[in-house]
Design a binder for this molecule. Structure first.
Ligand code: NOJ
Length: 766
């Protein structure tokens, strides 16, 4: 048992400490500006709060979704009429799903010009990976491991959304998940808390910039607090039951990173966690987030999640759910319509203190002031500016850049890739190859159908080859409308023959297979992880006709493509890459862009291995004691190894790692250096990764954990010494009391191009 070297008792001290250490220029700029502006914002908030009636305060905590065509006739009936009346009475603090500067102006006008105090609305929208012009889905972007590209992607998304009247996005989703069955893995940064924290920071900086009141930035929202990604059996909204160690070491870090990056809002989550619905959890919202972490923005519920506490059977009815949620620190009600109907009574009955309401309203008004909405409520409503910005060249270039960087080369036997640019006959096969909607992914409510560049279109730009195209089989039939189940083709193979015919006459076959954009996302969990429908059979049929295949995967989650890995010479993971999808894929296939992406999530061999992740615990029986032994932690019908490990990805060049050294630079800080060399023939980028193992600890630690990475570009034969710094932040962990501790003892380091890195060294923390 080791001695605690540094036992940091008070969490808030730790967060304070770390937030200073981790502050980037962006944070500092924001903070110094804030320090002068804060006091004036605070006094304005107080002055306004003093003028508000209880009803008006509660109104600020109420959010409605867009409820009628604001440019058309005023709704006269039912729910819609009621919402309209509420808006005029100042009983609505926020609206979502109202887009376009003209429509936003119309609702803002009612709030500002018709309500008693004229408090502007904060207009929210799910700007998840772009607004109208889409970047890759967040999981794909995370595969770039390129924080500048990810920040830029969020920045242009914010610019386009803000130009369309939006002031607030419900992103980034920072839920760690280890379960590829869960449909929402597409929206996150994958399985790792360290990588997830860096990405959370980049995305918050991208959306919010250094000045929230700028016309080009929007408030971000770290969601879903907390542990939504740990739904049992990967089924969306399902129960979450996890221990303290996982909560503190795996779930919380990306939320802390988002908070430290200055995120202005949090969203709670649909799930219960250890018996308490997150929306009604005072521990998560009041104790951890607001008290210990010192978060001074506001928390919005998830859609209807206050009311869902009744279905969870924690609250008997909506009124009780309201009481629990408000007291637990849920500041704004998204679409439960309960705060607006119940909170005033609950205050009058003494069940919710008015100070709870005041605290929530202060937080909401603070963010509205920071956005500059009081100075000019219509600053985001400039139609001419909107026309210039939406779909601009600058935005399309940025999304193309991040799309290329998100592609992961999984296999490239015999250098099938890159394709030759001339004199080749290429057979392009697969319904996804000419699909202009699916690459937009699931979260594309601001975009138009059919606006993605398809792979077919991208490849047609390379005119030196002869290109044949066949779908081989329809993928889905019927409408692909949001919120409807997809009708996947599981039986019609009548067109296979056309596909095999073009394969036979081709030098190389490119097959674009995988998941439709609507097969992942909210409510879209899967119990199998293979190629859906008849696609596996199509792949095998084409393989018989011509085995020289490049398989391009389009998908929103890791897939168990084990047969393909065993048979197909080249595999490219191209996810759902957004508006510029086909251009990015073609440039990679033709070698105009050398892929450098690395997987942010482990790919399983079979769904039975899920949840599968690299930073597992050792267990008491980690290894086979002798050949044929049974009593160790394994499956009897499949290896423990994944299909592709976390951090994995190839390039058109090769890299070597040599000369690992460790230096104790100062107390509790170690520098690990390694030489990285481009050993191939073309210039390429590599994500050098450092994994740390705390050899023995008072609470068991994972077999290894990512604690550093660097994206390095090298010419052929060029070498570079890379240095990683390990400080207490990386060496310590949270114990089961939720305290961050650093223990003395031995540590092992691994450096390499993925989580199975073998170059290793050791050091002792005295
Ligand atoms: C429900 C989702 O869980 C959440 O992430 C999203 O932001 C809201 N709906 C609003 O659309």
């Amino acid at each position: 048992m080791k001695r605690n070297r540094y036992y940091l008792l008070v969490l808030s001290i730790v967060f304070g400490l770390f937030s200073c250490k981790n502050e980037s220029k962006n944070d500092l700029a924001l903070n110094s500006k804030n320090s002068t502006e804060n006091s004036s914002i605070e006094s304005k908030v107080e002055a306004l709060l003093n003028k508000m009636t209880l009803e008006e305060k509660v109104g600020q905590m109420n959010q409605y979704t867009g409820f009628w065509d604001v440019t058309g006739p005023t709704p006269k009936e039912g729910n819609q009429a009621l919402k309209y009346e509420h808006l005029k009475k100042g009983l609505v603090g926020s609206m979502i799903n109202v887009t376009g500067s003209k429509n936003v102006r119309a609702v803002q006008k009612i709030a500002v010009e018709e309500s008693r105090l004229g408090i502007p609305l904060i207009i929210g929208f799910d700007v998840i990976h772009g607004f109208k012009t889409l970047s890759p889905i967040p999981l794909a972007e995370s595969a770039s491991w390129d924080m500048d590209a990810i920040e830029l992607s969020a920045k242009v998304a914010a610019k386009e959304a803000a130009a369309s009247g939006i002031n607030w996005t419900f992103a980034p989703m920072v839920d760690v998940s280890r379960d590829a069955r869960w449909g929402r893995v597409m929206e996150g940064a994958g399985e790792d808390a360290y990588l997830g924290s860096k990405i959370a920071t980049a995305r918050v900086h991208g959306f919010q910039g250094a000045d929230l009141s700028s016309k080009e930035t929007i408030a971000a929202c770290a969601k879903h607090f907390a542990a939504y990604g740990f739904a049992e059996s990967g089924k969306d909204y399902n129960t979450v039951d996890i221990g303290t160690s996982t909560l503190y070491n795996v779930i919380f870090p990306p939320f802390i990173a988002a908070k430290n990056a200055g995120v202005r809002t949090f969203m709670n989550s649909f799930n219960e966690i250890n018996g308490i619905p997150a929306t009604g959890s005072a521990f998560l919202q009041r104790e951890i987030l607001k008290k210990q972490w010192g978060f001074d923005g506001f928390i919005v519920s998830d859609w209807g999640s206050i009311n869902e506490m009744v279905a969870h059977r924690q609250a008997k009815n909506g009124k009780e759910a309201t009481e629990i949620a408000a007291n637990a620190g849920s500041d704004m009600d998204m679409e439960s319509h309960l705060y607006v109907s119940e909170l005033v009574n609950l205050v009058n009955e003494g069940k919710v203190k008015e100070s709870v309401i005041d605290d929530a309203v202060r937080r909401i008004l603070r963010v509205k002031f920071e956005l500059g909405l009081f100075e000019n409520p219509y600053k985001y409503c400039d139609e001419a500016y909107e026309k210039d910005v939406v779909g601009s060249k600058e935005i399309n270039e940025a999304v193309l850049d991040v799309a290329k960087k998100s592609i992961v080369l999984l296999k490239n036997e015999n250098n099938v890739l890159p394709l030759k640019k001339e004199g080749q006959k290429i057979a392009l096969i697969g319904a996804l190859a000419d699909d202009k909607t699916s690459p937009l992914g699931n979260w594309r409510i601001g975009a138009e159908d059919g606006t993605a560049v398809s792979v077919l279109e991208g490849m047609q730009k390379y005119k030196g080859n002869t290109l044949f195209f066949e779908k081989g089989a329809e993928f889905v039939s019927g409408e692909t409308v949001f919120a409807k189940e997809l009708n996947i083709n599981v039986s019609d193979k009548s067109e296979f023959i056309k596909a095999t015919a073009i394969a036979k006459k081709a030098d190389v076959v490119v097959m674009v297979l995988g998941e439709h954009g609507y097969q992942s996302g909210e409510g879209r969990s899967r119990s199998s992880l293979g190629l859906p429908g008849v696609q596996q059979e199509l792949l095998e049929a084409v393989y018989k006709a011509n085995s020289n295949i490049v398989l391009v995967l389009n998908n929103g989650r890791p897939l168990a493509v084990t047969w393909a890995d065993e048979h197909i010479p080249a595999i490219v993971e191209a996810w759902q890459l957004g508006t510029q999808s086909g251009n990015a894929i073609a440039q990679v296939l033709y070698g105009d862009y050398n892929p450098s992406g690395k997987l942010p999530m482990t790919f399983p061999r079979s769904v039975g291995q899920v949840p599968i992740y690299y930073n597992v615990k050792s267990t008491g029986r980690p290894n086979m004691p002798a050949p044929g032994e049974v009593f160790w932690s394994h499956y009897s019908d499949i290896t423990n190894k994944p299909l592709y490990p976390f951090g994995y990805g190839l390039s058109y060049t090769t890299f070597s790692y040599t000369d690992i050294n460790v230096k104790n630079v100062k107390d509790n800080s170690f520098e690990i250096s390694v030489t990285l060399t481009n050993t191939g023939n073309v210039t390429g980028k590599e994500v050098a990764q450092l994994y740390l193992k705390d050899d023995y600890a008072s609470v068991t630690r994972p077999v290894k954990e990512l604690k550093g990475f660097e994206l390095v570009k090298l010419n052929p034969n060029e070498s570079k010494t890379i240095t990683f710094l390990l400080t207490e932040n990386e060496l310590g962990f949270y114990n089961n009391q939720g305290d961050f501790i650093v223990e003395s003892g031995d540590f092992t380091v691994f450096v390499g191009g993925d989580s199975e890195a073998e170059l290793t060294t050791k050091f002792e923390l005295k």
